[in-house]
Design a protein around this ligand. Structure first.
Ligand code: GTQ
Length: 347
């Protein structure tokens, strides 16, 4: 039997694909390798945003629009591999929000979870379900899904914080809801620090306790986190990959503070050279103290305080420090762990 020429096989297949197209059909075998890759194949790229370069633009945003008019005056950190998608990784959003003295960002709620990590300035507050928390640099604050939240700045400094949201996770499931509060500012119904008193001091109220999937503690002040890192440093040698690294926890469960986004803080000693580490949760880092270099896959980036960088899924990351460094980070790790597909590899 004569061999069928390759070109006519190709032509016959192409014709077949064209005929099935109008039935909204497509052949799996043309895309199988991309659909089920041997390891993560992300369009997300390693990247670093130098705060020195961003800051003038953030302040310029403060001159072109008010916080109230913008609703949220934020410059979105777009991953260079995901431009136009308001995404820093495939699952996560990251932005830098500015509130000037005297401004408010009106109250709303949505099914997306948010975290704040304060970059610069003190004296602004974020209000979550009737309780205000004053923001200071390095504070980690959560805005759980469907809680009313507004921000304001009664102080006299410009305040900038990082917003991390699970926008793409909700979008993947088409499960987004949002609504505005009838007034710009929600009424204050609890004293500042009340949630911390109830849940932040190794004690719990007798109950009934709130539903436990979301931390009832929504502010994690930097002073406390820093103190813990300092004490850890005195007590034990650093982990070869992570230095001294801790995760922010929900006091009701010991698990992550929110079901979709997890957050971490770590200390790396001066002159540290970490071993490479990779995991399936693409991770956003905010440098808080100290300077150094991060190697991400085949790229290397210098970082200094207030810079942001992103380590995409399954890219080996390693650190080299010039001085003692504190790094904050967040990722979708709780979601991946809950669904059973999170993986990590050391070395
Ligand atoms: O503070 O509610 O950066 O809804 C993006 C969307 C912040 C917020 C963002 C938001 C918010």
């Amino acid at each position: 039997m004569a061999a069928i020429p390759q070109t006519s096989v190709q032509a016959a297949r192409a014709d077949f694909y064209r005929r099935m197209e109008k039935h909204n059909l497509a052949p799996l075998w043309e895309v199988l390798h991309a659909l089920v890759p041997p390891q993560p194949q992300t369009p997300c790229r390693p990247a670093l945003w130098r705060y020195r370069d961003l800051r003038p633009h953030i302040l310029e945003a403060g001159r072109v629009i008010s916080a109230k008019e913008a609703i949220r005056r934020v410059l979105v950190l777009e991953n260079p591999g995901l431009r136009g998608q308001s995404s820093i990784t495939r699952s996560l959003y990251c932005g830098l929000q500015l509130i000037l003295p005297g401004e408010i960002a009106p109250s709303h709620r949505h099914t997306q979870s948010a975290l704040r990590f304060v970059v610069e300035g003190s004296g602004a507050y974020t209000a979550v379900d009737g309780e205000r928390t004053t923001m200071r640099p390095g504070d980690f604050i959560i805005t759980p899904p469907w809680t009313w939240h507004d921000h304001g700045n009664p102080g006299n400094e410009a305040v900038v914080w990082m917003d991390g949201l699970d926008i793409n996770i909700l979008a993947l499931f088409d499960a987004q809801f949002a609504e505005n509060y009838p007034e710009d500012v929600q009424p204050v119904s609890r004293r500042e620090g009340e949630s911390y008193v109830r849940y932040g001091n190794n004690l719990l109220p007798l109950g009934p306790l709130p539903q436990s999937r979301i931390s009832p503690l929504f502010s994690y002040p930097y002073g406390r986190s820093r103190e813990t890192l300092h004490a850890l440093q005195r007590n034990a040698p650093p982990d070869a990959c992570h230095g001294w690294k801790m995760q922010y926890s929900n006091p009701l469960t010991g698990g992550f503070a929110m079901p979709t986004i997890g957050a971490f803080i770590q200390l790396l000693p001066k002159g540290f050279r970490s071993e490479p580490y990779r995991c399936t949760d693409g991770t956003v880092y905010a440098a808080v103290e100290g300077s150094g270099r991060v190697r991400i896959g085949d790229q290397s980036h210098d970082f200094e305080p207030k810079d942001t960088f992103v380590v995409p899924s399954w890219h080996a990351a390693s650190f080299q420090t010039d001085s003692e460094c504190v790094l904050f980070s967040y990722s979708d790790r709780p979601a991946q762990m809950a669904l059973g597909f999170w993986r990590e590899r050391r070395g």
